[in-house]
Ligand binder design. Structure first.
Ligand SMILES: Nc1nc2c(ncn2[C@@H]2O[C@H](COP(=O)(O)OP(=O)(O)O)[C@@H](O)[C@H]2O)c(=O)[nH]1
Ligand SMILES: [Mg+2]
Length: 303
């Protein structure tokens, strides 16, 4: 995971620690660093922030190079990454929200949005399992009534984790399916409703409007964007679009296990302003973990 970005970060430490840095050296290293970040699909804003910070820090460093430069540069790079990654601990907040709604006899309703193939359906099942293992079962709404096979896919996953899946026919109104699921959860006293939705290959205005409608009708407590880490900057741009049109509260990034770059994981929260809730790290239902800053930091830059 993240081999390319890890290389960029460790390389800059190696370079900056060995030479006595002139202004020209710094320019050269920062430029190379910038290009490497871009090639790892780090979002432009993050590239600029990190490069600028590196330039300033390295210039200042020249005056205190007598004290172990290697450790100093490591510290600089570690802090740079730390400032870009979001805080953690939101899963606990969601559990508190579930409890709060439960005490009022209501389920917590979460709407999942994202492009086709990004990992939504798998993530919905993984999250249902994650919460079930912690004592909260879910009703899943099969609101992808668009893609052939989508209803069967989520039903099968529902059977595996023993979660109730509410579905209608293909072509049915996704918002109506979601409302059915909310009603079912309410009457069965199930504390969580997870709404799986359709994507498109292109995140176009029709898809965004459809999501907006589902949101308006079902009034979810939370909207989660599920993106594919392998899509890099495209995933970030899509998250921005979904946030502008539909409004999102959290990001889940799937397929971290297959991502050799790391740019999306590093920059998606910084760019969208939305915390990472979970990350997907494989195809099995247990391959999900709450976003943990140290875990990601360690993958990007072992400290
Ligand atoms: N390696 C890996 N594959 C994943 C992960 N999450 C989902 N996938 C795969 O991505 C593909 C698309 O997932 P799916 O949930 O159907 O995406 P959707 O179209 O957004 O609902 C499937 O083959 C999943 O097994 C993950 O975290 N890691
Ligand atoms: Mg799906």
């Amino acid at each position: 995971m993240f081999e390319s970005l890890k290389k960029a970060f460790t390389q800059i430490v190696e370079r900056a620690k060995t030479t006595s840095l002139s202004e020209k050296d710094i320019e050269k290293y920062v430029d190379e660093f910038r290009l490497e970040l871009i090639s790892c699909d780090v979002a432009v804003e993050v590239v600029e922030k990190l490069s600028e910070k590196l330039r300033v820090e390295l210039s200042q460093l020249r005056f205190k190079r007598f004290t172990d430069p290697y450790d100093q540069v490591r510290e600089i790079v570690y802090k740079m990454i730390d400032e870009v990654l979001p805080p953690e601990g939101f899963v606990e907040k969601i559990i508190a929200m579930i409890e709060e709604k439960k005490s009022r006899g209501e389920p917590l309703v979460i709407l999942f949005v994202g492009p086709n193939g990004g990992g939504k359906t798998t993530t919905v099942a993984k999250i249902a399992k994650y919460f079930k293992d912690r004592g909260y079962s879910s009703v899943i709404a099969a609101s992808d009534t668009f893609r052939a096979g989508a209803i069967e896919q989520i039903k099968k996953l529902g059977e595996t984790i023993r979660a109730k899946v509410i579905s209608q026919k293909y072509g049915a109104d996704p918002a109506a399916v979601a409302l059915d699921a909310v009603m079912s959860a309410r009457s069965d006293k199930v504390p969580l409703v997870l709404i799986d939705t359709a994507g498109r290959t292109e995140v176009d205005i029709n898809l965004l409007e459809e999501m907006k409608k589902i949101k308006r009708v079902t009034k979810p407590d939370l909207v989660i964007y599920v993106g594919d880490a392998l899509m890099g900057n495209v995933a970030i741009e899509q998250a921005k679009k979904f946030n502008q049109y539909v409004g999102i509260d959290f990001v889940v990034l799937a397929k971290l296990d297959a991502d050799a770059k790391g740019g999306a994981a590093l920059s998606i929260s910084y760019v969208t302003g939305k915390p990472l809730l979970f990350v997907g790290i494989g195809q099995r239902l247990e391959d999900i973990r709450p976003f943990n800053k140290k875990f990601i930091q360690h993958l990007l830059f072992p400290h």
